[in-house]
Design a protein around this ligand. Structure first.
Ligand code: ARG
Length: 569
C-alpha cells in the first residue's frame, strides 16, 4: 500500500533539502477532515531554515512535486500545509489488500528478530490472583501481535516455584498434610498449610530449623523433598491450567525459577571476580548508588542462599545464550519496578553483549481493583480468578438469554462474550492505569467493551448473511465509497497494521483495543447513516464489500487480543 506519510515527507524533503525521515515524524493527522488528511506543521522548520513559516509554506507549495494519483490538493492554513489525498486510491488499496491478504498484515518488520515475552508467572502453592490475570492477558496479546508482525516470538511462563518457603511448606505438609485432601482446591489448602506452619515457625525455633533443613535437602536433591515439591508444583499447575483453558492462554515454555536456581553460581562468580559484590548487613550485594538506584541489589542472603534477583540474573544469561534475543520483555505489576531496574543494571555487569542488556524491558501495569477496593491476598479479601471468570460467563449467559432466547449454542456464546469482556477490560485502558474489575460494566453491550466489538462483528455477519451473491472485488465501484462514513472506515482500516506496530513500540495493547472500538463506532455510524441494502446495485455492492472488510479486521484484531468472535449473539 502507498505510505502517504512517507510520500509527503519525501516530497517536502526534496523541496527544502532536509532528511525525509525526520520530516515524517512531524506529520500529523488533522482531527477535522476539512483540514485535509495529513498536515505538516511548517513552523517546526522555521528555526532550522531561518525563515518565517508563511514563507516556507509558500516555497514548499510552489516547489513541491506531487503525484496527482496520490495527492489531490495542498493547502496552506496558518502554519500548516494540509494535504488532501486521493480517496479512490486509498479505498482501492485497502480493499484490494484485504481481498488478497485476509490477515491484512504484510509487515516484514519482525523478520529475523526474536522477542521473548515473559508473562503470567504465578507462584506455585499460592493463589493465582487478579494481577496475574492481567499479565496473562497483556502478555498473551503482545505475544500474538509480535508474532503477527513476523517476529520469532517466544512465550515464557516464569513460574515462581523456588524459595526457602518451600522448606516450610514441606515441614507443614509433614505435620498436617494428612488433614487435607489435595485432590481438590489444592492451592487453597497448601496456602492454609503454609499459613499454619509459618505461624508455628515464629513460635518454635526447632520447627523453623526443620524447615531450613528441608530447604537444604530440597536443594541437594533429596528424594522425599523433591517428590513433595514436584507434587505441589503439579497440583498448582493443574489449577492454573483451568484458568489458562478459559482464557485460551498458551506458552512455549513453562520454565520456573527452580530451573535457574541451579545456574546462579556463574552470576555470583562473575560479580565476585569483577569486585562488584560487597558485604552489607551480612548479605552480599551490588551497590547501585552510582546508577541512581539507592537500594542495593541483594545477590546472596546472609545464609548464602540466592534470592529472586539472583535467579532472574541467571535467567538473563541463559536466555541471551539460548534464544539470542533482540528484545526480552517482562510483564508484571508496577510493584516490581525497582526489582527490574536493579536486575537490568546488574545484568550490565555480567559481560553480556550490549545487544542483550539493551533488549531488556520491563512492561509494568497498574492495580486491578474490584468495585469494593484493592485486591490483595494479604488483606484476605481474596477472590478466586477462576470463580470470577465463571461468574462473568454466567452473567453473560443471563444477558444473552434475555436478549436472544432462541440463540443456538448459548453456552458457547456466553463463554466467548464473558471471557471476551474480561480480556477487553484488562486491555482497554493504558496498562499502567489502575483498573476496576466490574463485571456489569465490562458486559455493557453499548459501552466501550469487548461485547460491543463482538456485537458489531455479529452485525457485519448478519448483513452478509442476507445477501444472495457476495460481490467480488473486481466488480466494486470504488468511487461509491466516497461518503464521509465509508471514508472514516477506510482510513481506520488503512491504519490497522500501523496500529499493530505502535502496540509493539510501546508494548501497549490498549492501542489496538482503542482501534477496535473506533472501528466498531465508525461501522455503527456507517450502518445507521447509510442504508446498505439499497436499490442501486453499485452502491449496495460497495457497501456490502466494505462490511465484509470491517468484519474481517474486527475479527483479526480481536483475536490478536485473545478475544474470540461469536457468529451470532
Ligand atoms: N512470580 C512473580 C510474581 O508472581 C512474577 C515473576 C516475574 N518475572 C520475573 N522474571 N521476575 O510476583
Amino acid at each position: 500500500m502507498v505510505n502517504f506519510k512517507e510520500e509527503i515527507a519525501k516530497e517536502i524533503a526534496n523541496s527544502v533539502n532536509l532528511n525525509w525521515t525526520d520530516l515524517e515524524t512531524y506529520i500529523e493527522i488533522p482531527k477535522n477532515l476539512d483540514n485535509g488528511d495529513y498536515s505538516f506543521p511548517v513552523f517546526k522548520l522555521a528555526k532550522e531554515l531561518k525563515k518565517a513559516p508563511q514563507i516556507i509554506a509558500n516555497e514548499i507549495k510552489q516547489t513541491i512535486k506531487i503525484n496527482e494519483d496520490i495527492i489531490k490538493k495542498v493547502d496552506i492554513v496558518g502554519g500548516y500545509l494540509n494535504f488532501y489525498i486521493n480517496k479512490d486510491i486509498i479505498t482501492k488499496q485497502v480493499l484490494e489488500t484485504i481481498e488478497n491478504n485476509p490477515k491484512f498484515i504484510n509487515s516484514q518488520i519482525g523478520k529475523g528478530k526474536t522477542v521473548l515475552v515473559e508473562y503470567s508467572s504465578p507462584n506455585i502453592a499460592k493463589p493465582f490472583h487478579i494481577g496475574h490475570l492481567k499479565t496473562t492477558v497483556i502478555g498473551g496479546a503482545l505475544y500474538n501481535i509480535y508474532k503477527a508482525l513476523g517476529y520469532n516470538t517466544v512465550g515464557i511462563n516464569y513460574l515462581g516455584d523456588y524459595g526457602t518457603q518451600f522448606g516450610k511448606l514441606i515441614e507443614g505438609y509433614k505435620l498436617f498434610g494428612n488433614e487435607y485432601d489435595l485432590t481438590e482446591d489444592a492451592i487453597d489448602k497448601l496456602a492454609d498449610i503454609y499459613m499454619r506452619i509459618n505461624n508455628l515457625c515464629k513460635e518454635d525455633e526447632s520447627v523453623l530449623n526443620n524447615a531450613r533443613e528441608n530447604f537444604k535437602l530440597l536443594e541437594q536433591g533429596d528424594e522425599y523433598c523433591v517428590k513433595l515439591w514436584k507434587e505441589f508444583k503439579e497440583l498448582s499447575l493443574k489449577e492454573f491450567q483451568k484458568i489458562y483453558d478459559l482464557l485460551g492462554s498458551k506458552f512455549d515454555f513453562i520454565t520456573g525459577e527452580a530451573f535457574f536456581a541451579t545456574k546462579t553460581e556463574e552470576v555470583v562468580d562473575i560479580l565476585k571476580s569483577k569486585g562488584k559484590l560487597v558485604k552489607s548487613e551480612g548479605a552480599m550485594v551490588v551497590d547501585l548508588a552510582d546508577k541512581g538506584i539507592d537500594t542495593p541489589c541483594i545477590i546472596l542472603k546472609s545464609d548464602g542462599s540466592t534470592i529472586y534477583a539472583t535467579r532472574d540474573l541467571a535467567s538473563i544469561l541463559y536466555r541471551a545464550r539460548t534464544y539470542n534475543y533482540d528484545k526480552s520483555i517482562y510483564i508484571t505489576s508496577y510493584e516490581q519496578n525497582l526489582h527490574f531496574k536493579q536486575i537490568f543494571e546488574v545484568a550490565k555487569l555480567l559481560g553480556l553483549d550490549e545487544k542483550y542488556t539493551d533488549g531488556l524491558e520491563h512492561v509494568p501495569y497498574g492495580f486491578v481493583r474490584l468495585p469494593t477496593g484493592k485486591m490483595s491476598t494479604r488483606l484476605g479479601n481474596f477472590v478466586k480468578v477462576e470463580t470470577l471468570l465463571n461468574d462473568t460467563i454466567e452473567q453473560a449467559y443471563k444477558i444473552i438469554e434475555e436478549k436472544n432466547p432462541d440463540l443456538e449454542d448459548k453456552q458457547e456464546v456466553a463463554k466467548k462474550v464473558g471471557i471476551g469482556a474480561v480480556i477487553f477490560n484488562d486491555l482497554a485502558t493504558s496498562r499502567i492505569k489502575d483498573e476496576i474489575f466490574d463485571i456489569n460494566e465490562m458486559l455493557n453491550f453499548q459501552g466501550e467493551t469487548g461485547p460491543y466489538i463482538q456485537y458489531t462483528y455479529v452485525r457485519t455477519k448478519s448483513v452478509i448473511e442476507k445477501v444472495d451473491a457476495i460481490p467480488k472485488f473486481k466488480d466494486i465501484k470504488i468511487e461509491k465509497l466516497n461518503d464521509e462514513y465509508s471514508q472514516k472506515i477506510i482510513k481506520l482500516l488503512y491504519n490497522f497494521e500501523n496500529t499493530l506496530i505502535q502496540v509493539t513500540e510501546k508494548n501497549e495493547p490498549s492501542i489496538l483495543a482503542r482501534f477496535l472500538i473506533d472501528l466498531s463506532k465508525a461501522y455503527s455510524s456507517f450502518y445507521n447513516e447509510n442504508k446498505i441494502i439499497v436499490e442501486d446495485e453499485e452502491i449496495r455492492n460497495a457497501r456490502i464489500y466494505l462490511t465484509i472488510a470491517v468484519g474481517k479486521i474486527l475479527k483479526q484484531g480481536a483475536e490478536l487480543l485473545g478475544i474470540q468472535m461469536p457468529n451470532k449473539m
